[in-house]
Design a binder for this molecule. Structure first.
Ligand code: C2O
Length: 348
């Protein structure tokens, strides 16, 4: 059977690891009619939202996005407003750090085939909330284009101190144009910028093409109701998705944090605005992978298609959503501004 939406009434303390709890509650406000939360229907879409590459966005766009994000941060004045920035970040904490139980086991949306659809829905609502805060129904989240040499650094709009898009809890030595290592698991390698970019493109080829010839390898292993969480990651979730988190988050010895906060840990990752652009590119890889053709198609298992999540929309209405309704981004009302994908030619 598919994974049903979490029961918010049983939402409990999240934990960082086996020993440590998250010190605050990550649970969302419980809707008054929790037992009859309706299925989401797509609102009419006047125009596709086009998500731009973050490094290529112009100042006008950056100003809009900054404004939307600072308005979202202002909503934190009411800690129970589901549209507040912290509440939005807590969605990730609740779904990923064991706050929900499903069929007697902890719900975990990583390390399995739920990874891509969960994050796609999460960003879908996040983007709509930002758009509504600036009255722009065409607002599209920027994507961090780390699969292209021009995007292989923290996009400058996120690296301006004092901006609503900045987060001080990052690895300070990875700022100011440092080239990302898409295979980063904590060890710095000394190499030239050119060599690092080449390595990254080779990693992309391997994870998108060589190692992901069929759906389960790309999406991750089956996770039906009643089975243990975390059956196995898909290629992109493993690398470069996880390395990018670790590369952005604090080192163990800085910022007075212990667990790689913010980006380097599930419970805190959503507190960094860069998280949503990182995931926009992860999501874009889903579309790019399908565009490679052949056997590279969506899964057809019913337990995947009918798995469900719970989200608040931009009008603070609660909804349940199904995986099957998020397979085509254009049907959801958004698409990605095209960028070349040079990794396609980086066969090792
Ligand atoms: Cu839900 Cu990038 O992790």
């Amino acid at each position: 059977a598919p994974i049903p939406p979490p029961d918010l009434k049983s939402c409990s303390k999240a934990h960082i690891n086996d020993k440590e709890e998250v010190s605050y509650s990550c649970c969302p406000p419980i809707p008054s009619d929790m037992d009859s939360v309706p299925y989401y229907k797509f609102p009419s879409m006047p125009k596709l939202r086009i998500r731009p590459a973050a490094h290529a966005a112009d100042e006008e766009y950056i100003a809009k996005y900054q404004l939307a994000t600072s308005r979202m941060r202002e909503l934190d004045k009411d800690p129970f407003d589901p549209l507040g920035f912290k509440q939005q970040a807590n969605i990730h904490c609740a779904y990923c750090n064991g706050a929900y139980k499903i069929g007697g086991k902890e719900l975990q949306v990583h390390f399995s085939w739920l990874f891509f659809p969960f994050h796609r829905w999460y960003l879908y609502f996040y983007e709509r909330i930002l758009g509504s805060l600036i009255n722009d129904p065409t607002f599209g989240l920027p994507y961090w284009n780390w699969d292209h040499p021009k995007g292989m650094r923290i996009p400058p709009m996120f690296d301006r101190e004092g901006s609503s898009l900045y987060d001080a809890r990052r690895n300070q030595s990875h700022r100011n144009g440092t080239i990302i290592d898409l295979g980063f698991f904590g060890t710095e390698v000394q190499t030239t910028q050119l060599q690092q970019m080449t390595n990254n493109l080779t990693i992309m080829y391997r994870q998108m093409i060589t190692n992901a010839p069929c759906p389960l390898l790309f999406f991750g292993q089956p996770y039906p109701l009643g089975t243990d969480p975390s059956p196995g990651m898909g290629t992109i979730e493993n690398i470069p998705h996880t390395p990018a988190h670790i590369w952005v988050g604090s080192r163990p010895d800085e910022n007075n944090v212990k667990h790689g906060e913010d980006m380097g840990n599930f419970y805190s990752a959503g507190l960094d605005p860069l998280f949503y652009s990182h995931h926009a590119n992860v999501d874009r890889m889903w579309s790019e992978w399908k565009a490679l053709g052949g056997k590279r198609r969506d899964l057809t298992h019913k337990d995947w298609l009918n798995s469900e999540f719970f989200f608040y929309d931009e009008n603070r209405n609660p909804f349940r959503v199904k995986v099957r309704d998020c397979l085509d981004s254009k049907k959801m009302g958004f698409d990605y501004a095209p960028m070349p994908t040079p990794w396609r030619n980086f066969k090792p």
